[in-house]
Design a protein around this ligand. Structure first.
Ligand SMILES: Cc1cc2nc3c(=O)[nH]c(=O)nc-3n(C[C@H](O)[C@H](O)[C@H](O)COP(=O)(O)O)c2cc1C
Length: 158
């Protein structure tokens, strides 16, 4: 069984979660950073996991494009979808349903909200301003939901 994890990440949180997920999956797992543009041919994989982070309600545009360009092939695979974000878990699940299409969501065997982190030194002025409003703090925060990553891996492994 071969799994491809395609992810989009701005400051590294989705990348960190993808690596953690990789260690929990059975079989061969390849990770591809969509922004680096080196996504392998999805025909070579049985399972495809797609993840990204939410910025002002939207996932990376490269992820949206990847999903729409490959929708027919993706529907033939075992699919998992996840996002990172700093909103509370219930709203995070809503965000997941908003950033992926219904067609993809209804074909996914695993859907996960993995939480997120904010590291102020990695952000520009605009990002700091938004995050102070969203998280009501100006301190670094890590809220990665490792238990959700475990559950997601289990669903993919089943
Ligand atoms: C400018 C900005 C806007 C954000 N907007 C949202 C949002 O709408 N919803 C959310 O859940 N998280 C939001 N976040 C939090 C990020 O999704 C979170 O920090 C995530 O872990 C980033 O992952 P990455 O480093 O892989 O890009 C925002 C963060 C920034 C800096």
């Amino acid at each position: 069984m071969k799994t491809l994890i395609v992810y989009g990440s701005k400051h590294g949180c989705v990348e960190k979660c993808s690596k953690d997920l990789k260690n929990k999956l059975h079989g061969e797992v390849v990770i591809a950073d969509i922004k680096k543009g080196n996504v392998p041919d999805i025909n070579l994989f049985d399972n495809i996991i797609i993840g990204g982070s939410v910025y002002v309600g939207k996932i990376q545009k490269e992820i949206t494009k990847f999903c729409s360009q490959n929708i027919n092939k993706l529907k033939e695979k075992k699919i998992g979808l996840f996002i990172c974000g700093m909103i509370d878990e219930e709203k995070g699940k809503e965000e997941l349903n908003n950033v992926f299409t219904e067609e993809l969501l209804s074909n996914a065997v695993a859907k996960g909200y993995f939480g997120g982190e904010v590291i102020f030194s990695k952000m520009n002025f605009f990002e700091r301003f938004i995050i102070k409003k969203l998280c009501k703090t100006d301190k670094d925060m890590s809220n990665i939901l490792y238990e959700n990553i475990n559950k997601f891996a289990q669903m993919m492994n089943d």
